[in-house]
Design a binder for this molecule. Structure first.
Ligand SMILES: NC(=O)c1ccc[n+]([C@@H]2O[C@H](COP(=O)([O-])OP(=O)(O)OC[C@H]3O[C@@H](n4cnc5c(N)ncnc54)[C@H](OP(=O)(O)O)[C@@H]3O)[C@@H](O)[C@H]2O)c1
Length: 255
């Protein structure tokens, strides 16, 4: 089998590459930092074939280039993991950074899902794993755009999954919704988690195993599973208040 992982230069994506390599799956790893990709390539190339592709996926054209580069490779697994967050009140957050986030978290995931899915459906086989977040469960005051991007990823993945189920396709799409994870995410987003995040390897292993088990929503850990249930039952007004205070404290503690 062959897999393409975006955002494989650090954190969850890098560990997903390690997990897939242990399963003997050849890899195409994508991110902007080529040195990081090369390091991972040399770490894993004794186990499987690893191709590093340096691209900025916030650029729409790069998404099309990636697909064209891989179209002849008969990829079996697409993992849309590249993404980042940005903390702060909506009025204060930089518009250009937000647009870049929407391009990376939503647009690239949307384009790549569509292009690869069409081939998977024709072949009647394939897996797509779209990395959302527990942020997809509720609106996120003080991190409004990030939470909204992850809600998009989760909702559109679940809708596509239903379409595929109705067609009896052997194409399986899943969405990963982790809570805090130890990675470069918090530094990039400008937050400090109040609870110790899960290790990126633990999250990656759960994600890959549950993707192969064809689970719709993958939520690593009991705490986040409980949070998911709370978000389903608590009134929206309560959730908004709680989310506001959590984000506000995370941002204050990062300074
Ligand atoms: N850490 C958490 O607490 C957490 C929780 C829930 C969900 N998530 C989600 O998990 C995913 C992975 O995050 P992480 O925690 O592993 O953080 P990370 O260590 O910062 O990794 C983010 C990855 O995305 C890549 N990336 C960012 N912008 C890109 C772009 N324009 N083009 C190509 N690649 C790009 C980065 O590579 P380059 O910088 O080299 O391009 C990096 O490999 C993200 O979608 C994030 O939203 C994280």
């Amino acid at each position: 089998m062959k897999a393409c992982i975006t955002g494989a230069s650090s954190g969850i994506g890098k560990d997903m590459a390690r997990v897939l390599a242990d399963y003997g799956i050849d890899l195409f790893i994508v991110a902007r930092r080529s040195e990081r990709l090369k390091e991972l390539q040399s770490e894993l190339s004794e186990k499987v074939s690893v191709t590093a592709i340096t691209l900025d996926l916030a650029d729409e054209q790069s998404c099309h280039l990636l697909y064209e580069r891989l179209v002849k490779e008969d990829i079996d697994i697409l993992i849309n993991n590249a993404g980042f967050g940005l903390a702060g009140s909506f009025a204060d957050c930089d518009l250009a950074k937000e647009m870049n986030m929407i391009d990376t978290n939503i647009k690239a995931c949307h384009i790549l899902t569509k292009l690869f899915l069409r081939d998977f459906v024709k072949r009647d086989f394939g897996y797509i794993l779209n990395v959302a977040s527990a942020a997809a469960f509720l609106p996120g005051p003080m991190m409004a755009t990030y939470y909204a991007t992850k809600a998009y990823v989760q909702r559109f993945t679940l809708a596509i999954r239903k379409e595929l189920q109705k067609q009896h396709a052997h194409v399986f799409v899943s969405t990963l919704c982790p809570g805090p994870v130890q990675s470069e995410f918090s530094e990039v987003a400008g937050v400090k988690f109040r609870i110790k995040g899960k290790s990126s390897y633990e999250v990656a292993k759960t994600a890959i195993d549950e993707m192969f088990a064809q689970r719709a929503i993958i939520i690593p850990g009991k705490l986040m599973k409980a949070a998911y249930v709370c978000c389903k039952v608590l009134p929206l007004a309560v959730l908004l208040e709680v989310a506001y205070h959590i984000q506000k404290r995370k941002q204050a503690e990062s300074k």
